[in-house]
Design a protein around this ligand. Structure first.
Ligand SMILES: [Zn+2]
Length: 89
């Protein structure tokens, strides 16, 4: 399909396609581009991680009406990681 430049997609492209990607609505070639971008872009990895985590938490709340401790723990460690990244930058 569309030719991509050597740097692949931009952060904006990733954000625009993120929900489709998570929903599994994206073309396979585009999924590959998103994955490739995230391999080289920690910012987008964090965004992707946080988004999928949020969706997961939301879905588990519907199913169980509470957040499993394991998930909460992972969320906290992710938040700590974010703080660490901000401090570093
Ligand atoms: Zn990015």
């Amino acid at each position: 399909m569309i030719h991509t430049h050597e740097n692949g997609i931009t952060c904006q492209d990733l954000l625009l396609n993120l929900s489709s990607y998570i929903d599994g609505d994206l073309e396979e070639s585009m999924c590959e581009e998103l994955k490739r971008h995230m391999e080289g872009c920690q910012n987008c990895r964090v965004v992707f991680d946080t988004t999928t985590r949020t969706i997961y938490l939301y879905q588990s709340r519907i199913e169980r009406d509470e957040i499993p401790p394991e998930v909460r723990e992972r969320l906290y460690s992710k938040l700590n990681l974010d703080d660490f990244l901000k401090t570093k930058a």
